[in-house]
Design a protein around this ligand. Structure first.
Ligand code: 1GP
Length: 254
C-alpha cells in the first residue's frame, strides 16, 4: 500500500492520525529503539524524520532503526534536499507556500527530485505553511520567510486553496518546533472548511487536550515532536494517541 493511502485510511478510520516527529539531532540514539517500540505500542501512526537545520548525520540511522523496530512508516520531513536518504518509505515533498523565498518554493525541490526518483521514495506533495507563533522559529529564520499572521485566517485559507489547486495532497499548518503558541483552532477550522485536502497541524502542542482540540477543529493529522523525551513514557504517548484518535470529523476528500 502506498504510504499516502495508508495515511488517508488511518485518518478516516481513527478520526485523525498521530505523527511523531523525530529530530535526528535531538533524539537520544541509545533510547531510540525503546522510544520507537513504545510509540508503536502506544498508537503512533507514522514517524516524521527531519529538522530545519541538520547538524549531524543521524538521519539514515534513525530511519533504519524505525524500520528495524516496527512496521510504522518512516517519512522524511526534510528542511532541505541534503536530508534525503534512501532508507525512507516516503517524503513529505514540501513547498513552503506561505513564503516568497524561491529557494524553498522550488529550488530545493528541483535538487531533491532526482534523488527521490533514484532512491524509489514515495513523494507526498505537501503545501507547507508557517504560522506566527510567538518568538522567531528556526524554520522562519532558516527559510528566510515571514510566518502568516495568526489572526488572519483568510490569508491562510487562500494559500491553502492555492496549494490544493496546485495539486498538493496535504496542507501542513506549522507553528514551528517548540512554538510558544500552537496554530489557532479557529484558523484550522476555517482552513479545513475551505479546502478539501487533509490538513496536518504541528508545532508547540504540549498536551493531549491541545492535540484533541486540533482534531476537533478539523486537523486530519497532528504532529508531536518536541516532547518525545517525555514520550519515552508509553502512558503519555498513549494519552496523546487516544486524544488524537477520538476526533470525529467530516471526511476530507483526498
Ligand atoms: C515541528 O510540527 C512539528 O515541525 C512538531 O513541533 O516539536 O513543537 O512538537 P513540536
Amino acid at each position: 500500500m502506498m504510504i499516502y493511502d495508508y495515511l488517508i485510511e488511518t485518518s478516516r478510520s481513527k478520526g485523525a492520525g498521530f505523527l511523531m516527529l523525530l529530530d535526528p539531532d535531538r533524539v537520544n540514539l541509545d533510547q531510540l529503539p525503546s522510544l520507537i517500540t513504545n510509540s508503536a505500542d502506544a498508537g503512533v501512526d507514522g514517524f516524521l524524520v527531519g529538522t530545519s537545520l541538520l547538524m549531524t548525520d543521524n538521519t539514515a540511522y534513525v530511519i533504519k532503526t524505525i524500520k528495524r523496530m516496527t512496521e510504522i512508516p518512516a517519512i522524511l520531513f526534510p528542511g532541505n534536499s541534503l536530508q534525503i536518504v534512501p532508507e525512507a518509505d516516503a517524503i513529505l515533498y514540501l513547498s513552503l507556500i506561505s513564503g516568497r523565498n524561491p529557494h524553498y518554493l522550488i529550488t530545493e525541490q528541483v535538487k531533491g527530485a532526482p534523488l527521490i526518483r533514484s532512491y524509489g521514495i514515495e513523494p507526498i506533495p505537501t503545501g507547507y505553511m508557517l504560522i506566527e507563533s510567538g518568538r522567531h522559529t528556526s524554520v522562519g529564520y532558516i527559510s528566510d520567510t515571514q510566518p502568516m499572521p495568526r489572526d488572519k485566517p483568510d490569508i491562510a485559507k487562500i494559500h491553502a486553496l492555492a496549494g490544493e489547486y496546485l495539486g498538493m495532497k496535504f496542507i501542513y499548518l506549522e507553528a514551528g518546533s517548540g512554538a510558544e503558541t500552537t496554530v489557532p483552532d479557529e484558523m484550522i477550522a476555517e482552513v479545513t472548511d475551505y479546502i478539501t485536502r487533509p490538513v496536518i497541524v504541528g508545532g508547540g502542542i504540549q498536551s493531549p487536550e491541545e492535540a484533541q482540540s486540533k482534531v476537533e477543529s478539523g486537523a486530519s493529522f497532528v504532529v508531536i515532536g518536541n516532547h518525545f523525551e517525555k514520550l519515552l513514557s508509553k502512558a503519555l504517548t498513549a494519552e496523546f494517541a487516544d486524544a488524537i484518535h477520538v476526533g470525529v470529523r467530516t471526511e476530507a476528500t483526498p
